[in-house]
Ligand binder design. Structure first.
Ligand SMILES: Cc1cc2nc3c(=O)[nH]c(=O)nc-3n(C[C@H](O)[C@H](O)[C@H](O)COP(=O)(O)O)c2cc1C
Length: 163
């Protein structure tokens, strides 16, 4: 089974979640970061897993571009998606947006948690992350984390659908 994990994030959490997912899949999944807008041959894989982060309540723009390419490619194969966001408050909305973007071939979408890690951030992004982190801690709430259990559930669904 050949699986492509297509990572559409900014500061490393979406890539980290992709790597955690890859470890739970049979065989070796190819992980491609879309930061450099690489060409992707969707037809070369049995399925594609899209990873997208969320900023300002919206899914990553690169995710939307690659999802449109995926729909145009009409491979007849299934797509999966995990969404990385610091807050789970709007998960159903993100899930619906991801399903819409990927079209009828979308077999499953999961919310995979998120992080407030400003170590690779600069400028506005750094300020947003640090402000939200400070507020979360001030309210006595736990900081968000990547949810490995959600990725395990997704890996199981991929296995059941594709194998
Ligand atoms: C500018 C900015 C806006 C963000 N907006 C949201 C948001 O609307 N909802 C949310 O849940 N998380 C938001 N986040 C948090 C990110 O989703 C979270 O940090 C995620 O782990 C980032 O993934 P990445 O490291 O792959 O970029 C935002 C982060 C930044 C920097």
């Amino acid at each position: 089974m050949s699986i492509l994990i297509l990572v559409c994030g900014h500061l490393g959490s979406t890539l980290k979640a992709g790597k955690l997912l890859a470890r739970q899949l049979p065989g070796e999944a190819a992980i491609v970061d879309t930061e450099q807008n690489p060409e992707v041959d969707f037809a070369a894989f049995d399925c594609v897993v899209f990873g997208t982060n969320v900023r300002m309540l919206c899914l990553n723009r690169r995710f939307k571009r690659y999802a449109a390419r995926w729909k145009r490619a009409k491979t007849g194969k299934p797509a999966f998606c995990y969404v990385v966001a610091a807050s789970d408050g709007n998960f159903q909305r993100y899930e619906a947006a991801a399903r819409r973007a990927l079209g009828p071939s979308c077999a499953a979408v999961v919310y995979a948690g998120g992080e407030l890690d400003s170590s690779h951030a600069k400028g506005f992004a750094k300020k947003v992350i640090e402000d939200v982190k400070q507020q979360t801690l001030a309210e006595g709430r736990a900081l968000p984390q990547i949810r490995e259990a959600a990725l395990t559930a997704l890996a199981r669904q991929i296995h059941e659908t594709v194998c």
